[in-house]
Design a protein around this ligand. Structure first.
Ligand code: ADP
Ligand code: MG
Length: 276
């Protein structure tokens, strides 16, 4: 008897601005979700590979990467690597990803490569105890609205947008939201905005508070209650190849990511209840 594939919830962490906290959120939200019992996969879709490095995966052990996945030379089961965090896996990236757009540009399924890889994996492992059955997949996008980000949005149920608490926080958001609308209108009708997470909040800086008020006024309920503070422990952790939650569980940044994880799980429950 075959069991139906259990599809993971796929969240794309996207913002075409660099340095807003996408990768930091992928690593630490992923770790926090794993810490509360979810089986989590982080897919590194940024050629810089910061999520892979921050999870302690050195370049030599990235024998297969998301590049191989997208060009069809490997399947997801061959690409994923276990991390030091129990229940947390990563599909690492390498600089090869820089060339992938050109390589797949001419094929008609170029925007669906990641979606297919995730679905194939779920179908292949259905009912098999040996392989990880992910409940969450977090896709760390590059700082661009290119074909890699489009692949992430096509594969995703929803988009999670990290916004840095800085003066120009909202700038560029409308472009991102209109890209989500376009993907929804063509490639992925189910796509939603999961939420906006404010990052690098500095309580000593008046501007940070103003930005929070501003973003909440414009984006309302889409903004998570949890705000991620600027915290030096969070920025130090990647140089040790560790998530902040392993490096310093008690620091304010780690604690905020744990709160964000439970908020996300609550939102997921609400989404499922509404769909039922
Ligand atoms: P992105 O992936 O959007 O380019 P990153 O997650 O790499 O952004 O973050 C950009 C920089 O900001 C990194 O050096 C990271 O360590 C730092 N950073 C991110 N979040 C925090 C935080 N909460 N506190 C302190 N530094 C942070
Ligand atoms: Mg990044």
């Amino acid at each position: 008897m075959s069991s139906l594939p259990k599809m993971p919830r796929v969240l794309a962490l996207a913002n075409q601005k660099g340095g807003v906290g996408k990768t930091t959120t992928a690593i630490n939200l992923g770790t926090a979700l794993a810490a509360i019992g979810e089986d989590v996969l982080i897919i590194d879709l940024d050629p810089q590979g910061n999520a892979s490095t921050g999870l302690g995966i050195d370049r030599r052990s990235r024998t297969r990467s998301t590049y191989d996945l997208l060009v069809g030379e490997a399947d997801l089961g061959q690409v994923i690597i276990e991390t030091a965090v129990p229940r947390l896996w990563v599909a690492p990236s390498t600089l090869d990803l820089l060339g992938v757009e050109l390589e797949i540009a001419a094929s008609s399924d170029r925007a669906y490569r990641l979606r297919k890889a995730v679905a194939d994996y779920a179908a292949r492992i259905a009912g098999q105890p040996g392989m990880p059955h992910f409940s969450y997949v977090l896709v760390d996008c590059p700082p661009s609205l290119n074909l890699l980000t489009i692949n992430a949005m096509s594969a995703a149920h929803s988009v999670l947008v990290p916004l840095q608490c800085e003066f120009f926080a909202l700038e560029g958001l409308s472009q991102l939201l209109s890209t989500v609308e376009q993907v929804k209108g063509s490639l992925n009708r189910e796509l939603t905005i999961h939420g906006i997470v404010l990052t690098m909040f500095d309580a000593r800086n008046n501007l940070s508070g103003q930005v929070v008020a501003d973003v909440r006024e414009h984006m309302g309920e889409a903004v998570y209650e949890t705000i991620i503070p600027r915290n030096v422990r969070v920025s130090e952790a990647p140089s040790y190849g560790k998530p902040a939650l392993l490096y310093d569980l008690k620091c304010s940044g780690s604690q905020a990511y744990l709160r964000l994880a439970s908020e996300i799980i609550q939102r997921e429950r609400r989404i499922r209840a509404n769909a039922a």
